[in-house]
Design a protein around this ligand. Structure first.
Ligand code: PLP
Length: 447
């Protein structure tokens, strides 16, 4: 095996060749496709590591896009899930545990009076927006550039950074994430940059009285963990209250991760509605819409519809009960934060030794790495950073048995099970990946 690629992907490549005949791109989510000869198929995960079907062992910083907060196959959570299995699945009826979990959530998160369960982040945010529309009787909504709120049509509008020239003096165009999204939805979307108070005030002044909701991820979990300032989140809260707009803080990635009370507790801002998923159940499919009582009571017959065959599934709910108990009552989040700090310090030392300018964004439990002096304050600033260096480095990290997203817009996620052996393996791999990236850049320059 060469220094460049320590992996053998023979079995994954063979699996891809077979799978692509039955599954589009050979996968069940397009983001799992990493190229015809680089798409990996997982055998299993345990703790902070994942093994592929060729038995390559990786330190995993994707963690399924965040859910495995305690680590894969956590014995404590899996034991609870097995007990949940004995309950019998779903009944189209309720179980007592729903209240136990909702009570725990309300104890942990300031903005939670009432809770409704969903199955995925997409479903939760879709329900939250419907709730806001039903409560206000308005249709349009504010999104922040770089924010991601799931795969439903209303959320799938973005600033087209890929095509935007920062030196053009023009605004990035607003485009759907994908084909198949009806164009007329665009008329309901107000897209505005993070941390730009003037622009936000302007949107409220012009349209505030017809806006149902402002959706915000104060730490953008799909955009380099670019973070709102507390000042900006407080301004958003003030404007929402002033114009009767419901503030939805999307905590699908930050919830039960960056703090027991989520990102809202860090900023000291209480939303009207908040959404959770990922870290709730350590990977078991569950999500929640939660918020202020008066708003949440709009979930009623004649109000906002909510339900679903699999909501509050007994397996996921039992896993969530245990996972939240651990996050609430043990120092798991502190362990995660300490690992994140140590990882950042190790990466910094490697980059400093090579004189590579860089910075970190986000929180020690989910952070972005930038090759710029300061982390971006909004998505437009990301476009001005050297993200191509990151993208090259990510490929080398994969070859060195580290799993991170191939795209710099996805932060690195830490779990409780990442231990000193993970840290040592990561830093060794990181050093090699950086040198290989530097060599690649030099070679490309010469070519
Ligand atoms: N909201 C945020 C902030 C997310 O990060 C995601 C997914 O990454 C979603 C919503 C959608 O969640 P899901 O993929 O579970 O549908």
């Amino acid at each position: 095996m060469s220094r460049r690629n320590s992996r053998d992907l023979t079995k994954s490549n063979a699996q891809f060749a077979k799978a692509v005949k039955r599954l589009p791109l050979g996968v069940s989510s397009s983001f799992r496709y990493w190229g015809d000869d680089r798409t990996i198929y997982v055998k299993r995960g345990k703790g902070g590591r994942t093994w592929d079907i060729d038995d390559n062992c990786y330190v995993d910083y994707r963690l399924g896009y965040g859910p495995a907060i305690l680590g894969y196959a956590d014995d404590r959570v899996d034991e609870a899930a097995r007990k949940g299995m004995e309950v019998g699945g779903v009944f189209a009826l309720s179980t007592e545990r729903e209240l136990t979990v909702a009570d725990r959530m309300a104890k942990m998160v300031p903005g939670i009076d009432l809770v409704r369960f969903s199955n995925s982040g997409t479903e939760a945010v879709m329900g939250a927006l419907r709730l806001a529309r039903a409560h206000t009787g308005r249709d349009s909504y504010i999104l922040i550039e770089g924010g991601y709120h799931g795969l439903f049509d209303a959320a799938m509008w973005m600033a087209n950074m890929d095509q935007w020239d920062p030196n053009s003096g023009l605004e990035p165009s607003v485009v759907p994430y994908s084909r198949g999204i009806p164009q007329d939805i665009k008329n309901l979307v107000h897209l505005t940059p993070m941390n730009n108070a003037n622009r936000l005030e302007d949107v409220f002044k012009k349209h505030g009285n017809s806006i149902a909701a402002m959706l915000i991820e104060p730490m953008m979990g799909n955009c380099c963990a670019i973070s709102a300032t507390t000042e900006f989140v407080k301004l958003a809260r003030k404007l929402c209250t002033q114009y009767g707009v419901l503030m939805i803080i999307d905590e699908v990635k930050t919830g039960f991760r960056v703090a027991r009370g989520g990102i809202q507790s860090i900023h000291g801002v209480t939303p009207d509605i908040c959404t959770f998923a990922k870290a709730m159940g350590n990977g078991y499919p569950i999500a929640a819409i939660a918020g202020r009582e008066e708003v949440m009571r709009t979930f009623r017959f004649g109000g906002a519809a909510h339900g679903g065959t699999y909501t509050a599934h007994s397996v996921s709910l039992a896993a969530t009960e245990r996972c939240l108990q651990i996050l609430d009552e043990t120092p798991a989040l502190e362990t995660i934060a300490t690992y994140g700090e140590n990882l950042k310090a190790g990466i910094k030392a490697i980059l400093d030794r090579r004189g590579i300018i860089h910075s970190f964004s986000g929180h020690s439990s989910m952070f972005g790495l930038f090759f710029a002096e300061k982390p971006p304050i909004d998505y437009r600033a990301w476009k001005k950073s050297d993200y191509t260096f990151y993208d090259k480095m990510a490929q080398h990290l994969h070859d060195q048995n580290i799993i991170c997203e191939p795209d710099s817009r996805e932060p690195l996620f830490i779990c409780e099970a990442h231990d000193i052996s993970c840290l040592n393996d990561t830093l060794r791999a990181f050093e090699a990946a950086i040198d290989l990236t530097l060599e690649q850049v030099e070679t490309e320059k010469r070519a």
